[in-house]
Structure formats: C-alpha cells, structure tokens
Write a protein of this length. Structure first.
Length: 116
C-alpha cells in the first residue's frame, strides 16, 4: 500500500501562485504513473496533469501554460506549480499514483481557494 499526502493548499488571490506537494511513502521512481486531479464543490473530478516515469507529462487544456508538474526523486515528492490562478481553479486537489496502472492510490486532497 502506498500513502500519498498532499500539502501546500490555501487561499491565493487571482493571478497569484501556489505550489502543491505530494509526498509518497515509497520511492516515486517505482510509481510509473503520477497524476493530479481536482474536484470543485459542484463538479465531477477533473484531470489536471499526468506524469509517467519516462518523463512524459500531459496537462489538461484548462491549465496548460499555467501549471507545471515536476518531481524530486530524492525527496519522493511530486510538485504542482500553479501560476496565474483564477477562481475556476478553486477545488480540492488530489494526488494519485500507480505502479502498474494509473490512479491506484489517492491522497486525501488539499483545498485550493482562489479569491480576492
């Protein structure tokens, strides 16, 4: 069983930046698939970004050019850098990972609120 814990959420003004972290309980090098999803109060869970351990990264159109996914293997941590945020980015952000299939393990989520 792999535990994932997100952190870094909070209140940010429109146009501002925030960096979310996802700490894994195992070596992230063993996690073939790592993703971020988000869910706002009245919407379905939405894909944000996806990383394979070969370095391939995919972003949702809604965040492309504003969000950046990266990882620090030495710290077993994945980061989601969020820039130029807007109110539509308000949601609970979830980190997910899998060793053989995507989305096998999920963190509890971290709340991001974009508001002035």
């Amino acid at each position: 069983q792999v535990q994932l814990v997100e952190s870094g959420g909070g209140l940010v003004q429109p146009g501002g930046s925030l960096r979310l972290s996802c700490q894994a309980s195992t070596s992230i090098s063993s996690l073939k698939f790592i993703s971020w999803y988000r869910q706002s109060a009245n919407d379905d869970r939405e894909f944000v970004a996806f990383m394979k351990n070969d370095g391939t990264i995919t972003y949702a159109d809604s965040v492309k050019g504003r969000f950046t996914l990266s990882r620090d293997s030495a710290k077993d941590t994945v980061f989601l850098q969020m820039n130029a945020v807007n109110p539509s980015d308000t949601a609970v952000y979830y980190c997910t990972a899998g060793q053989t299939v995507p989305g096998r393990f999920w963190g509890p989520g971290t709340q991001v609120t974009v508001s002035s």
